[in-house]
Each structure stands twice: as C-alpha cells, then as structure tokens.
Design a protein around this ligand. Structure first.
Ligand SMILES: N[C@@H](CCC(=O)N[C@@H](CS)C(=O)NCC(=O)O)C(=O)O
Length: 193
C-alpha cells in the first residue's frame, strides 16, 4: 500500500510535502485540479478541493500542515514549540495570500489595481517578510527543516509567479542560494512551461 501524494508540480504547498518525503517512499499522483477527471477525483478525496492530499491505506489527510503533522507523528521528523507553530502560520499566511493573488490574476482581475482584498493580500506578504527578516540569522538560513523548506517553497514560487520581486529582498535571495543546489530542490523544481 504505502503513501500516495496527490498534487501538482507547481503548488508550493505540495512541494513542501514532496521535500519532506525526500527519504520516505511514496507515489506522486500528479493532477490538474481545475478540470476533467482529476477535478472529479480531487473532489472525491477532498471536499475542500485543494491539494495536497495524502493517502495512507484507509487514512486520507487534507491540508499540507496536517499532512506534515501526520507524517511527523509517524516518522518523528521535527519537534515544535508554540513559537515554531506561529512561524509556520506566518509562512502559511504569506503562501495563502500569494495563491489568492494568483487566482485573482487568473480570474481576470488586475492585481495592480487597489482594492481592499488585493491590498490586504499584498500587505500580508510584505508584513510576513518584514517579520521574518530579523529571524533569518546565518544559523537559521542553513537549517533544512519544515520551516525553512516552507519558506523556500513560498519564496521560489512567489518569485516564479511574479508575486514578489526577490531583488527587493536580498537576504531572502541569499537564503534561496544556500539551498538551490540540494538534490531535492532540483528534483522538485517548478516546471517552467
Ligand atoms: N491550506 C491548504 C492550502 C492548499 C492550497 O491552497 N492549494 C492550492 C494549490 S497551491 C489549491 O488547491 N487551490 C485550488 C483551490 O483553492 O480551489 C494546505 O496547506 O494544503
């Protein structure tokens, strides 16, 4: 039986789970969640209609953070305190805001226009990056765990989707540089086309 991970190669939420699963065998079920048979499959396994979804025998787990907690309970990957949970919530907040901006763009909205919803998403991303900046010590930058993996996946994706411009954030650019040649980072690279 074993693990199956449903997701796309572009989603930052999926990518962080693929990275966490680096040394754990699983089957990757790539899907196009917005149409056709994959959309129907996704709805059957997750009423929220979002990826990633992990299946493990009779267990089906939704939401990347919950998937991580599930894997962590079985494989003892990392210990968290409440401050760590806050840090993850901050990174998740930026990631959700980025995905919301991309969905707006794809729905035909001009995200350069100012509106309460658009401005709130952009401000959330800026605010999280401002919060994270002083935490990015040399020691933190070198760590490779669910926090730094999540940050890596967010920054790389948001830069790729032109949601942020990394030239505005040299310290985050440097953080990406430290990890960009890791084999799992290369294996899970966002497809360019
Ligand atoms: N909180 C969820 C968010 C997942 C998420 O937003 N996934 C996006 C892809 S990056 C998605 O499935 N979007 C489709 C939709 O929201 O309809 C998680 O951590 O797994």
């Amino acid at each position: 039986m074993g693990y199956a991970l449903y997701g796309s190669k572009t989603s930052p939420f999926v990518r962080r789970i693929r990275m966490i699963l680096q040394d754990i065998p699983y089957e990757f079920k790539e899907m196009n969640i917005f149409e056709g048979v994959d959309a129907t499959t996704l709805n059957k396994i997750n009423p929220v209609n979002q990826i990633p979804v992990l299946t493990d025998g009779d267990n089906t787990i939704w939401d990347s953070r919950v998937i991580f907690n599930y894997l962590n309970s079985l494989h003892r990957l990392q210990n968290f305190d409440w401050q760590d949970e806050n840090l993850l919530t901050a990174i998740d907040g930026a990631m959700n805001a980025g995905v919301a901006l991309l969905m707006l763009k794809r729905s035909g909205f001009n995200i350069q226009d100012s509106s309460m919803y658009i401005d709130r998403q952009k401000e959330r991303i800026k605010s999280v990056l401002t919060y994270l900046k002083p935490l990015l010590t040399d020691e933190f930058k070198k760590q490779w765990n669910f926090h730094t993996i999540s940050l890596y996946c967010f920054l790389d994706w948001a830069n790729f989707r032109e949601i942020i411009n990394l030239s505005d954030y040299p310290e985050f650019k440097e953080f990406l540089k430290i990890h960009e040649n890791k084999s799992i980072v290369i294996q899970t690279q966002i497809p360019k086309a």
